[in-house]
Design a protein around this ligand. Structure first.
Ligand SMILES: *Cc1c(COP(=O)(O)O)cnc(C)c1O
Length: 619
C-alpha cells in the first residue's frame, strides 16, 4: 500500500501546496498539473524532476540568468521540509473505504506492507496521526537508506523481507500515482491502481463528488488509461473493490491443463495444489501411505462430520459415489429387513434401483422433484409402514439442487427403531452436517464433490454400533462394506484390492486445503456467495430458477429453458468456448439446465460466467 492518495490524504494534497509555494518563492511559479506529474517520487527527486521540466527550466533561466544548480535544489528541499512539517499531520485522514478494506484483507491472512515518497522523518509524523484515526500497517518502508526510492523496487523488497514473504508472486502493489505503478512493475509484482482519491485524479473529496456523472466518467477513464499505460495490471475505481479484485484476478493459475471451469455436480474444478499432489507414486501397502495418508483421512472425515472416533468410523471404497451408496445399502439392509426410501429425484430413484438389484423388501415414497423431504413426510411414511428397519434419503438432491430438511427428518427418525442411511454426496464438506445430531447411521459421500478432490473413490461414515449387523450380509464381494472396514482397521489404513493411490493422496491435499480455507463453515459461506450471485444474476438476465430460494441448496441450481425453442446444445457450446462447462437438466416434467457452483470456484468466477451468459444470450 502506498500512503498519501491511496490510504490517507484524499487527492494527495499535503505536499501539493508546499511544492507550489517553494517554486513561487524561487520566482518560478508552476501549475498544479506540473506538481502532480512526478508525485510519488521521493520529495527531493520530485523537486529535481520539476526543475528539469523544459518550461520550468527555461523560466528559471530567464528569472535567475543561469541554470538551476544543486545548491538551489537543496535549499528548495530544505524549505519544502520546513513547510511540509508544519501542516503534515492535518493530511492524515484515511480515505473512505480504506479501514474496512484493510480489515477484510487482514481477515484473509493478507499482511499490509507499505512504501512511500515521504522520508522516515515525515512518516514519524504521518504514521502515528493515521494510527490515531484507525489506519495501521504491518510494515512501513521509506526510501531512507535504500539505493533509491520509486520508481525503483527496493522498498517493496524491503517489505517482503520484513514480512517474510518468499516470492514476488505473493505480493500486490496498490498505489495512486504513475510512480507507484512503475515501482510495482519494476518489482515484478502484480500492480493495481486506484482512481478515486488519487493524485492522478487530483481532486478533493467534495470536488470529486460535485462532478456530474459524465464528467466523473470521463476523468476516471483518463486516469485509468494513464495507469494502464504506466503498466498497471489492473485499475479499480475505489479501494473498496480491492478484495473482490484480488479474489477475481489472482485465482492461482490453473495451468495449461485447465481447459475450462467445471460448473457441474462433480467431478469439479480442482485446485492446482490437488492436481499437483498426484505427481508422485505410492505403494499401496506401505505404511507411509496407509498410516501417513489413509489413516489421517479417515480421522479427518469424522471431524468434518462432528463425530467422535469412539462412536463412529470411516470406510473408504474404490469407485464412484454410487458404489458407496450400493455398498452401504447392500451391506446394511439384511434380507429380513425392510428399506424405506423417500425420493424426490434421480439419486433417490437410484437407491431404489440398488434395492431392486439386491431384491430387498423396499417401500419407495416418490415425491415430486420440486417437493421437499421434510420431517412430516417421513413421519407419515414411518407410521404407515411399521415394519421398516432402514430409512434412506438424499440430503442435497443434485437432480434439481433441492436441499432436503435433514435435521428435521433426523429428529423424526431418531424416534423410531430404524437405521438411517443418508446420501450426502453433494453436500458433505460444503454444508455443515452434524451426523450425530441428525441421527445418521450411514453417511455416504465421495472424493470429487464438496471436499474438492478428484474422482476415484467414495467413503461411508458409520455409527460403530451398526457395523456388526453388516458382517457377512453383502451379496457382493467388492462392495462389502464390512470386509473393507475390517481390512482398514486391522491393516492401519490398508485397502482391500488396489487402492487409487494418486486419488487418495490428492484427497489428502484437498482436506488440507479445506482446512486452510477455514473448514466446512467457510466453504459453506463461499458456496452460498457463489450461489447467491448465480441465482440472482441469472434472474436479472431473464432466466427463471426451478426452485424457490428457500428450497435451493448452495450447490447446484436448475433453470427453466427460457423459451420452447431454446437450443441448450448451442448455448452449452458457446459457453464452453468461453471457458465454462454447465450441465444438462435431469428432471422429468420440465425442460431445465443446471449450473453448479461447487469446487474451486469463486464469486469472481460466477460474475465472469454471468457476463459470458449475458454475451451468449444476446446473440
Ligand atoms: C454425484 C452424486 C452421486 C454419485 O454419483 P456417481 O456418479 O456415482 O459419483 C450420488 N448421489 C448424489 C446426490 C450425487 O450428487
Amino acid at each position: 500500500m502506498d500512503w498519501a492518495g491511496t490510504a490517507i490524504d484524499y487527492g494527495c494534497f499535503a505536499p501539493l501546496n508546499v511544492f507550489l509555494r517553494i517554486f513561487e518563492e524561487k520566482g518560478v511559479p508552476v501549475t498544479y498539473a506540473q506538481v502532480r506529474e512526478p508525485m510519488g517520487l521521493p520529495k527531493i527527486d520530485h523537486i529535481r524532476a520539476m526543475l528539469n521540466m523544459p518550461e520550468v527550466r527555461s523560466t528559471f533561466r530567464t528569472v535567475h540568468g543561469r541554470d538551476w544548480n544543486p545548491d538551489d535544489l537543496s535549499a528548495m528541499y530544505q524549505r519544502f521540509e520546513e513547510y511540509l512539517f508544519s501542516s503534515l499531520s492535518d493530511f492524515t485522514d484515511p480515505i473512505p473505504g480504506v479501514l474496512e478494506t484493510m480489515e477484510i484483507l487482514r481477515r484473509r491472512g493478507i499482511k499490509i506492507g507499505s512504501t512511500t515518497g515521504y522520508t522516515q522523518k515525515m512518516m514519524d509524523v504521518v504514521r502515528p496521526a493515521a494510527m490515531a484515526k484507525g489506519y495501521a500497517v504491518d510494515s512501513l518502508v521509506t526510501p531512507d537508506g535504500l539505493p533509491a526510492g520509486r520508481p525503483a523496487p527496493y522498498m517493496i523488497y524491503r517489505n517482503m523481507i520484513e514480512l517474510a514473504v518468499p516470492s514476488v508472486d505473493q505480493v500486490v502493489k496498490v498505489g495512486d500515482t504513475v510512480a507507484d505503478i512503475k515501482e510495482g512493475v519494476n518489482a515484478k509484482v502484480h500492480t493495481v491502481g486506484v482512481i478515486v482519491g488519487s493524485n492522478e485524479m487530483g481532486l478533493s473529496e467534495s470536488g470529486f463528488n460535485a462532478l456530474s456523472a459524465d464528467r466523473k466518467e470521463y476523468l476516471m477513464k483518463e486516469v485509468r488509461d494513464r495507469m494502464l499505460r504506466a503498466g498497471a495490471h489492473g485499475v479499480i475505481d475505489t479501494i473498496a473493490e480491492l478484495p473482490d479484485y484480488l479474489e477475481r484476478s489472482l485465482t492461482p493459475a490453473r495451468g495449461e491443463a485447465s481447459n475450462y471451469l467445471l460448473l457441474t455436480p462433480g467431478p469439479l474444478s480442482t485446485a492446482q495444489t490437488v492436481r499437483e499432489a498426484m505427481l508422485q507414486d505410492w505403494c499401496t501397502w506401505d505404511k507411509d501411505y496407509n498410516e501417513g495418508v489413509v489413516t489421517p483421512i479417515r480421522r479427518k472425515l469424522l471431524e468434518l462430520a462432528g463425530v467422535d472416533a469412539g462412536e463412529y468410523t470411516t470406510v473408504l471404497l474404490q469407485g464412484s459415489g454410487t458404489y458407496c451408496v450400493e455398498a452401504a445399502i447392500g451391506s446394511a439392509v439384511r434380507p429380513a429387513g425392510k428399506l424405506l426410501i423417500i425420493s424426490n429425484g434421480a439419486y433417490g430413484c437410484r437407491m431404489g434401483a440398488i434395492a431392486a438389484c439386491y431384491k430387498l423388501n423396499c417401500e419407495m415414497i416418490q415425491l415430486r422433484e420440486t417437493e421437499l423431504i421434510t420431517g412430516e413426510v417421513v413421519e407419515k411414511a414411518l407410521d404407515a409402514h411399521k415394519d421398516v428397519t432402514h430409512v434412506a434419503m438424499v440430503h442435497c438432491e443434485t437432480t434439481t439442487g433441492i436441499l432436503n430438511r435433514l435435521e428435521e427428518v433426523g429428529e423424526v427418525v431418531k424416534k423410531y427403531p430404524v437405521t438411517f442411511i443418508v446420501d450426502a454426496m453433494s453436500s458433505f464438506g460444503g454444508i455443515p452436517i452434524d451426523m450425530k445430531a441428525c441421527g445418521i447411521d450411514f453417511l455416504v459421500s465421495s472424493a470429487n464433490k464438496c471436499i474438492q478432490g478428484v474422482p476415484g473413490f467414495g467413503f461411508v461414515l458409520v455409527s460403530k454400533d451398526k457395523m456388526p449387523a453388516c458382517k457377512g450380509n453383502a451379496r457382493s464381494l467388492s462392495l462389502d462394506l464390512y470386509d473393507q472396514w475390517e481390512t482398514m482397521e486391522k491393516g492401519n489404513g490398508k485397502w482391500r484390492f488396489t487402492s487409487p493411490t494418486h486419488v487418495v493422496r490428492a484427497f489428502y491435499q484437498a482436506l488440507a486445503d479445506l482446512e486452510r480455507e477455514g473448514g466446512v463453515e467457510a466453504r459453506y459461506r463461499r458456496y452460498q456467495q457463489n450461489n447467491a450471485i448465480l441465482y440472482e444474476g441469472m434472474q436479472a438476465l431473464g432466466f427463471t430458477p426451478l426452485l424457490p430460494r428457500e428450497m435451493q441448496s448452495p450447490v447446484i441450481t436448475s433453470f427453466l429453458y427460457p423459451s420452447a425453442d431454446f437450443d441448450f446444445q448451442a448455448f452449452y457450446d458457446r459457453l464452453k468456448r468461453k471457458g465454462f462447462v454447465i450441465y444438462p437438466g435431469k428432471i422429468s416434467d420440465a425442460d431445465t439446465f443446471r449450473i453448479g457452483n461447487i469446487g474451486d470456484v469463486k464469486p469472481g468466477d460466477m460474475e465472469r460466467l454471468l457476463y459470458a451468459i449475458h454475451e451468449t444470450w444476446n446473440l
